[in-house]
Design a protein around this ligand. Structure first.
Ligand code: SF4
Length: 251
């Protein structure tokens, strides 16, 4: 019978090739590592990930404030780390501009990963904008599929989530197993607050999306994001009017 890395079973969290189907020992090792990093700074966590996974460590970013902070840190720790953005074709110009601003500031080129079909082809194939009728399908086609493709060949990636963002995220480990994408997920900002993020941005003059100054605390695709009112939840402007709060990227 043919053997694949998946059949061989996990070789432990620190093996060069993370298993595709982690067993309990592997998960326990990850949990142990996560515990060890619990009091580490985000920079130390990133340093660990870069040392551990080398060029198999990457980051997907939507250019949010948290992502921008991580890019800033990576520019000092490991500027060669591959970073990419899911370019759905529906992003705001202000968001797309950040790619150029990051090149100017750090000399780092964030790669745009795009779906197979252009927006025009996609809408023509579906008789109109899918985000209007079925945003889950649209997010699946234009984000998740692309992300799954991008995850191939990687061993670990950085996530910009913070534990205080939502009850779902409250228990996120620093290092954990991303079941959805079959990768080690490293969350250097898990213990940070929004204030920590913004104070780092201000102190270091880190570029950030101009829309944050125009009433958009959380920026997604242009058709699915509206500005929020004072006192509204930060993410209230995402998929407003739909029973949808996440694009399905996080567990
Ligand atoms: Fe489509 Fe909206 Fe999802 Fe963007 S956020 S992929 S436009 S449904």
């Amino acid at each position: 019978s043919q053997s694949s890395p998946a059949d061989d079973g996990p070789q432990g969290a620190l093996a060069a090739d993370p298993p595709l189907k982690p067993d309990e020992d592997f998960l326990a090792e990850l949990a142990q590592q996560s515990e060890k990093l619990e009091t580490a700074t985000p920079q130390e966590i990133l340093r660990w990930a870069v040392d551990r996974y080398g060029d198999k460590f990457s980051m997907a970013t939507a250019f949010g404030p948290e992502g921008m902070t991580i890019i800033h840190m990576l520019s000092e720790i490991a500027p060669q780390t591959p970073i990419f953005n899911l370019d759905t074709g529906y992003q705001f110009q202000e968001t797309l501009d950040l790619r150029e601003r990051i090149i100017d500031r750090y000399g780092i080129t964030v790669e745009f990963k795009q779906p197979e079909l252009t927006v025009e082809q996609y809408e023509a194939a579906h008789g109109g904008p899918v985000y209007k009728t079925n945003p889950n399908q649209c997010c699946f086609d234009r984000k998740l599929k692309v992300l799954h493709q991008a995850a191939k060949g990687l061993h670990a990636w950085a996530s910009a989530i913070r534990r205080d963002q939502s009850p779902d995220r409250a228990k996120a480990p620093i290092v954990g197993w991303d079941r959805k994408f079959q990768l080690v997920k490293v969350s250097p900002l898990a213990n940070w607050t929004k204030k920590d993020v913004w104070s780092m941005i201000t102190k270091n003059d880190i570029p950030y999306n101009e829309l944050h100054d125009k009433g958009y605390p959380s920026v997604g695709c242009q058709p699915c994001t509206r500005s929020v009112l004072l006192g509204e939840d930060e993410r209230a402007g995402r998929w407003s009017g739909f029973q949808k709060t996440e694009c399905g990227l996080h567990d």
